[in-house]
Design a protein around this ligand. Structure first.
Ligand code: G1P
Length: 293
């Protein structure tokens, strides 16, 4: 199978859970320590060999485009002051990948956003990475989306990321029914968006990483809209599942939910603890704090 080299990042949502900040700063630009959450996603795609990246934005998302652009004023100040380290950081953002943008005209959901990628992906398979899910991998672990891409490249089937969750968390995610082909690979025959815990098929929840082929567009077009009028991406995957064309992959790595305030704060603390410049100060602070509580 052809190697997956393209990635699509839907980033058109309003980010209402993070109001008031999202009135003027889009949620993809909220930082974990000093990097916007979107940069973690872009870095994962690049590390996975996907250097052609389409970001699907919407109104009020201009600061995403500015972030990946040339910043002449800032760079010349850094150059004059001889601040090489910061200059390198700034320059790295402009050249990180070939990033393309398209605006979703009305934010009417994930499946509609994916349809905007059709001219970009053509006949090729591609990764889809949702910005709220940050996947941290270390050591020999491959980037989350590469793990799925390898599964796609071997099997030729669309592959979704799976993570085991507790019953109380079942209603937050798409849930799958399937047959384990190995420790990590699951052949999925049914997938349902956010069921009640008592209606679960399994404790395998879908996390926002997908590798799909061009047949996904046809699947979206064949999917009837929900009673609310929106075509759900998960329902389109459901058609593939019914046709024996969907796998799940229980990925290796730690996942953070940057779309939820408490988890977002936890991610900031954990990434700070991994940063050699901050680790000691943060550890001391947390230690002192727990003694006060
Ligand atoms: C989206 C998807 C859902 C998936 C989840 C993973 O839901 O619709 O199928 O399980 O991401 O984070 P959201 O969290 O945007 O409501």
């Amino acid at each position: 199978m052809k190697r997956v080299t393209k990635a699509v990042i839907p980033a058109a949502g309003y980010g209402t859970r993070f109001l008031p900040i999202t009135k003027s700063v889009c949620k993809e630009m909220l930082p974990i320590v000093d990097k916007p959450t979107l940069l973690y996603i872009v870095e994962e795609a690049v590390a996975a060999g996907m250097r052609e990246i389409l970001i699907i934005t919407g109104r009020n998302k201009k600061n995403i485009e500015d972030f990946f652009d040339f910043t002449p004023e800032l760079d010349s100040v850094l150059e004059e002051s001889g601040n090489r380290e910061f200059l390198d950081i700034s320059k790295k953002m402009e050249n990180i990948a070939n990033i393309y943008f398209v605006r979703q005209k009305h934010p009417v959901g994930f499946a509609d956003a994916v349809m905007y990628a059709k001219p970009f992906t053509g006949d090729e398979p591609f990764g889809i990475l949702l910005g709220d899910d940050i996947i941290y991998t270390e050591g020999a672990q491959k980037p989350g989306i590469r793990q799925l891409a390898e599964s796609y490249e071997k099997t030729g089937k669309a592959t979704v990321a799976l993570m085991g969750v507790e019953d109380k968390d079942i209603p937050k995610y798409a849930n799958v029914r399937g047959r384990a082909l190995s420790d990590r690979l699951v052949e999925i025959d049914k997938i349902v968006e956010k069921p009640r815990a008592e209606d679960k098929f399994s404790n395998d929840a879908v996390i926002g990483r997908y590798v799909v082929g061009p047949d996904i567009y046809d699947a979206i077009e064949r999917t009837p809209p929900s009673p609310k009028g929106e075509v759900y991406f998960t329902d389109a995957l459901g058609l593939l599942a019914k046709e024996g064309a969907l796998n799940g992959y229980r990925f290796e790595g730690l996942r953070y939910d940057a779309g939820n305030k408490l988890d977002y704060l936890k991610a900031n603390i954990e990434f700070a603890l991994r940063d050699p410049a901050l680790a000691e100060g943060m550890r001391e602070y947390l230690f002192a704090l727990t003694r006060k509580l």
